[in-house]
Design a protein around this ligand. Structure first.
Ligand code: GLU
Length: 496
């Protein structure tokens, strides 16, 4: 039996599912990355397990604190709560070095002094022979004499992992099914960059991931399929450490609806852009989950339902296509389903951003009104008025302009809808406003009465009123508009 690495958890101490999200903090979270996080989170939550966040910040040139902070903020916005972490790989360097030192000591790893030039020559020679370029293991201790090698002076060696020579690495991928890679395809991986003997250089990516996944007791690695070719190498390192590898599930890339890799061309790709555009995290979770996972024909579901239903079996191995329009539609559906108080609360910052001052107060006083000194409609009233009409909170806030600012009336547009046939009816409506009970029922009944009294059709009453009240013929029902704007504002706007 292989000697164990000091301090490594070689036995699972509890039978709890532990998943992780391991982003590199090199930019803003992209929809594709966050979907991976979502699947890992949903699986942990479904299994009543734990979800770990690990920031893989070893690429010093490309990593930034701002990006790491953005990742934390985006995950919090989405509601992907973490049980442990964030762990930062840069803070775990001593741990990786400690493990490498042990592996060197017991022969699972060895120093290699081959220079870049020698490696290039070897590769060229292999390619010329039609072979796959790979390191030939010449600095394995038992080969040094065979190759007649002498330790060169002044050269800092790298550390290589002794990969098994024979057999194959096989795993049952939770998404892609059985995958098998022959060990002859894999050479001895560099696990530490050059450093003088006696010191351990900077450990490399594939190695750190394995030490982390062992130390953090990860049971299921769910990640993008760009990592599939790292997995056999990582599995070999797990075995070398005497630890059973976790379950791996590699999710396919998210493509745009044109089948190309998702990029800026397909619209917003950063999660922060969705938050700023007034998407609800519930809708983003729903939309992302549907990219590569399904539960029967369920199209619209809540994060709680996702957690309840989530399983790895229903992840699809074929690439998912992102459709911006569908995402927006889904957001509109979630807006409709949100409890109205909650919608009002979430709309509030978007109204502020448009420069409208409003208050969350619910007091729907009959005399509440709009602009110019009279109190503005509450965000609750605005949400009630527009919840069926706006696909995002931002668009809802933009649509709400006429609730706060008197619209510019396009006379040509008004003339299209107001003429001798309906002028008297509108004048009558205008007169009614001063004394009528300010309730939706009373207002609706009054508008109906105008139609019978003046023998005009519904649009003949509604369309000119919409234009006068909002500046546009595309507007909500007039009774709802009147109620929201309040008596004073409505009266001021309906003038003949
Ligand atoms: N840091 C890697 C990435 O952002 C993820 C590695 C992993 O999940 O194993 O692609």
């Amino acid at each position: 039996m292989r000697p164990k690495i000091e301090g490594l958890v070689t036995k699972r101490t509890h039978l709890v599912v532990r998943t992780r999200f391991a982003p590199s903090p090199t930019g803003t979270l992209h929809l594709g990355n966050i979907r991976t996080a979502l699947f890992a989170w949903a699986y942990a939550r479904h299994q009543k397990g734990q979800f770990v966040l690990r920031i893989e910040d070893t690429d010093l040139e490309r990593s930034s604190d701002a990006s790491a902070e953005g990742i934390l903020r985006d995950m919090a916005w989405l509601g992907l709560d973490i049980d442990e972490g964030p762990f930062f790989q840069m803070q775990r360097m001593d741990r990786y070095r400690e493990v490498i030192a042990q592996m060197l000591a017991d022969g699972r790893a060895y120093h290699c002094y081959m220079s870049v030039e020698e490696l290039d020559q070897l590769r060229d020679a292999q390619k010329a022979k039609g072979e796959k370029p790979r390191y030939d293991g010449r600095w394995r201790p038992e080969n040094i004499t065979k190759f007649g090698l002498k330790i060169p002076a002044g050269v800092d060696p790298v550390v290589r992992f002794r990969n098994p020579d024979a057999g194959a690495v096989t795993w049952q991928d939770a998404v892609k099914g059985k995958i098998e890679i022959a060990n002859s395809e894999l050479d001895d991986l560099v696990i530490a960059r050059p450093a003088p003997v006696g010191q351990v250089g900077v450990p490399t990516y594939n190695f750190c991931v394995v030490v982390d996944d062992i130390d953090m007791q990860i049971t299921h690695v769910i990640r993008g399929d760009g990592h599939v070719m790292n997995t056999p190498r990582q599995i070999n390192i797990f075995h070398a450490m005497g630890v059973a590898p976790p379950v791996f599930g590699h999710t396919p890339t998210v493509l745009g609806n044109d089948g190309e890799k998702l990029s800026k061309r397909h619209g917003a790709t950063g999660l922060n852009e969705y938050a700023a555009a007034g998407f609800l995290p519930e809708a983003v979770i729903n939309g992302l989950a549907r990219l590569g996972w399904s539960h029967g024909n369920d199209e619209i579901f809540s994060p709680q339902q996702l957690v309840e239903w989530f399983n790895l079996e229903s992840l699809t191995p074929s690439p998912a296509r992102f459709d911006a329009e569908k995402f927006e539609w889904l957001n509109g559906e979630h807006i409709k389903r949100l409890p109205i108080d909650e919608l009002a609360k979430r709309l509030e910052p978007f109204l502020k951003e448009e420069g409208y001052t409003t208050s969350l107060a619910t007091g729907a006083s009959a005399e509440r009104a709009g602009t110019d000194g009279v109190p503005a409609p509450t965000s609750l009233a605005v949400a009630e008025l527009l919840r069926e009409r706006a696909p995002t909170l931002k668009k809802m806030a933009q649509m709400a302009r006429y609730c706060f600012i008197a619209p510019q009336i396009d006379n040509a547009l008004l003339a299209q809808h107001l003429n001798d046939a309906n002028r008297a009816a509108i004048a009558w409506v205008s007169e009614q406003l001063s004394a009528i009970e300010w309730s939706k029922t009373a207002l609706a009944a009054m508008l109906k009465e105008a139609q019978t009294k003046f023998s005009v059709k519904t649009p003949q009453v509604m369309m000119p009123l919409r234009v006068m009240l909002t500046g546009s013929a595309q507007a909500p029902a007039v009774d709802a508009l009147l109620l929201t704007l309040g008596r004073a504002t409505a009266t001021a706007r309906i003038r003949l």
